[in-house]
Design a protein around this ligand. Structure first.
Ligand code: ADP
Ligand code: MG
Length: 698
């Protein structure tokens, strides 16, 4: 009975008992038999045929061989002590090796076994480390077994005997119950429309696949289901939200926008900029509140898009607020924007921590009486008791530096929530954006302004220090400025700071002729700004810094970015840092400095940095190598939900279909109140998620 599967405590499962049940609950959050069935294998091993030793040709796959052990011997001393055996299939022989636990050894010589394991190469020869050996009973012909599931269990589980084999046997004996049928979690019309395997067959085959084709169908169905419910949840909330929240109507493209476009714009917009402005314009006249994420690589011209959107709001009688994560950035935005608008009858004001009380008073007044049209600032903008005459549009630059509660305050600044444009230079892979920011509309600037020379990236090891130094001299003599960046990773701040200070010392000694700035997060903000300013104004030639310079700063004359200990940075971060250069007319360079010996993954990361400037490709690779937490600062602690089987790096196509399916359901029935949609409502309620609710923060 399927009811039994849902309600039976795992403790009553044959072969489990109180002790194992407790560990299963603690380690895997498995309480019922059904929970257990949703613990999927992490891989399958092919036991469908028998190999001969002479046919072993790679270290890639698990294989099985029939043969016998002819002798045992112990090799080495102390830590290096190990047990070796010679195993023969009658024609050839191969070494088996065990590194631990061989005191209790129970395998016998000259007895037929099925050996099962993954070959590895040692001293230019194949061997097997810790293979599985299964005795072949006399008179029994060995049969090939097909695909066998393997489960990833934790150390604590293994300690009490809950290894892959044990899990397999627990699940195996639940299969007859499953065979009787378990209730569907997707509608029948859905199964038909998307040609999905039913749940019963999927659960049976995900654990004990009939064959590889059926396994694939089972995987697809379960991945689809997982992604479908995430999409349904996000879209359901977003649609409910937009059906109840009013947005300010801004239908006019008026004087300010036109004047700017025709007379003040210093260059032609790129096609991507034009497209995004049109997307925003369409939102503004829709009557719905806009929540839009604008992604564009560093230097792609997001500021201009923000400004031109602000002009649209102004043309419709609204004020705009632009928030930047740092004071330096707010200052830069203020200068850029005031300069672009200098011939227009508009008031642009700046509000940061350094604004004096006197200035502040005037600004507050002008915001309240509506004379100020655009206000640019930092956190001070929201933390202050700032009141607007009619705030209608908010731009948040580099969103991941802003806290959730800070953004929430914005909502209270006017009767209706303002339109929100969140801008980020961190390319977020499409699949991640769809699942994490699924309720935000996404615009992408995928084109740099013309005549940009791509940054040239090189990878050096610390042993090539002399070459790097020569290069620094050569570039400074050409009149360029140089960044040298050290990692600052919270876990070991002291050590990182020491690295930075030693680095600074070294640079000062190596280049006595040049002036060197230093910036890090633990400096007093005033000191930091002064050092930064010296560099921006070209008074210093070299800037030694931690990643505090990562966000947005624009120094066009700085054309060399040297990243020390580059192996300790994630790809997205390296890409962000590289974006600090390449902003002027000169050829720019990024030099990644690492130690000589690198792991395979690290080498891959350096190689991709050297080979491409495409932020999206880099982010996709980061997603693949390090998972979703690597991409976006706000996701350090991982996704707001667990994925059991689907992968955001690999299942983009299934995700697209899942999104389409969720939209299909909601278009028929936004409240999920039709009887045939009861199953969706039920499953949604079960989703244990702590999604960041964008409807509340932006
Ligand atoms: P980001 O997207 O990193 O914020 P910015 O808005 O700071 O980029 O723009 C980077 C530089 O490119 C600025 O100096 C800006 O004036 C310039 N720029 C922006 N749009 C264009 C364009 N269409 N043509 C030429 N230069 C542009
Ligand atoms: Mg910017």
């Amino acid at each position: 009975m399927f009811k039994e599967l849902f309600s039976t405590d795992i403790v009553y499962c044959k072969g489990v008992g109180p002790k194992l049940a407790e560990v299963l609950k603690k380690e895997w959050d498995v309480n019922t038999k059904m929970d257990m069935l949703y613990k999927f294998p992490f891989r399958y091993v092919d036991r469908s045929k028998f190999y001969k030793i002479k046919d072993i040709a790679s270290e890639d796959a698990y294989i099985q061989i029939i043969g016998q052990i002819t002798e045992f011997r112990t090799v080495g001393e102390g830590q290096g002590k190990r047990l070796m055996a010679t195993f023969t299939d009658g024609e050839n022989s191969i070494d088996l090796v065990w590194f631990r636990n061989f005191n209790y050894f129970h395998y016998k010589i000259n007895t037929p076994y099925i050996l099962f394991g993954k070959p590895s190469v040692f001293n230019h020869q194949y061997n097997f480390a810790h293979p599985d050996l299964e005795e072949l009973k006399e008179g029994v012909t060995p049969t090939a077994k097909g695909l066998q599931p393997e489960y990833n269990t934790t150390e604590k589980m293994k300690k009490v005997g809950l290894n892959s084999k044990k899990i397999r046997s627990i699940i195996k004996q639940m299969m007859p119950d499953v065979q009787n049928g378990i209730p569907e979690t997707l509608g029948h019309d859905m199964l038909q429309k998307y040609h999905l395997l039913n749940l019963t067959q999927s659960i049976l085959n995900i654990h004990f696949p009939k064959d590889t084709q059926t396994l694939k169908l089972a995987q697809e169905r379960l991945k689809f289901e997982e992604l479908f419910y995430i999409q349904l949840d996000i879209l359901h909330r977003a649609k409910l939200q937009s059906s109840t929240t009013k947005g300010y109507l801004m239908p006019i493209v008026g004087k300010m926008f036109h004047y700017f476009y025709e007379h003040a714009l210093p260059f032609a917009l790129t096609n991507a900029q034009k497209r995004v402005i049109k997307e925003i314009q369409a939102d503004l006249k829709s009557g719905k509140q806009m929540n839009r994420l604008l992604q564009g690589d560093v230097g792609s011209g997001k500021t201009l898009v923000a400004l031109m959107s602000a002009l649209l709001a102004i043309d419709n009688g609204f004020q705009t607020c632009i928030m930047a994560p740092t004071e330096i950035l707010a200052n830069q935005h203020y200068e850029t924007i005031s300069n672009l608008l200098k011939d227009m009858p508009l008031q642009v004001v700046l509000l940061t921590g350094s604004t004096t009380a006197k200035q502040r008073k005037v600004i507050h007044e002008n915001l309240q009486n509506g004379e100020a049209n655009i206000i640019i600032g930092t956190h001070a903008l929201i933390e202050d008791n700032v009141q607007f005459a009619n705030l209608g549009f908010v731009v948040i630059d580099e969103q991941h530096r802003f806290g959730v509660s800070q953004r929430a305050k914005l909502w209270s600044k006017n009767i209706n929530p303002p339109h929100i444009l969140v801008m980020t230079a961190t390319p977020i892979p499409r699949t991640l954006a769809m699942t994490v920011y699924g309720d935000l509309d996404v615009s992408i600037i995928d084109e740099l302004p013309p005549n940009r020379k791509p940054v040239y990236t090189l990878h050096y090891s610390t042993s090539q220090r002399q070459d790097i130094n020569k290069f620094i001299v050569q570039q400074v003599e050409l009149g360029r400025q140089i960044y040298i960046v050290y990692p600052l990773i919270k876990e070991n701040e002291k050590l990182d700071l020491a690295d930075l200070e030693n680095g600074y010392q070294y640079i000062v000694e190596q280049f006595p002729k040049y002036r060197v700035s230093i910036v890090h997060g633990q400096m007093h903000p005033k000191m930091k700004d002064a050092e930064m300013k010296d560099f921006i104004e070209g008074k210093t030639q070299i800037m030694v810094a931690t990643t505090v310079i990562e966000v947005g700063v624009n120094v066009p004359n700085a054309s060399v970015m040297i990243i020390e200990n580059a192996e300790r940075f994630g790809l997205s971060q390296l890409h962000q840092l590289r974006g600090r250069v390449g902003r002027g007319a000169e050829q720019s360079f990024c030099i990644l400095v690492t130690r000589q010996e690198l792991s395979k993954d690290t080498r891959k990361r350096m190689d991709i940095m050297v080979s491409t400037n495409d932020g999206f490709r880099i982010a996709e690779t980061d997603l693949l190598l390090r998972g979703p937490g690597a991409i976006d600062g706000t996701l350090q602690s991982g996704l707001p939900f667990d994925l059991k089987i689907a992968s955001l790096a690999q299942d983009g196509q299934i995700l697209d279909v899942a999104k389409e399916a969720a939209t299909w359901v909601l278009e028929q029935d936004l409240n999920l109140s039709q009887p045939n949609h009861a199953v969706y409502k039920q499953q949604l309620a079960k989703l244990k998620r702590t999604t960041r609710d964008w409807s509340e923060i932006s």
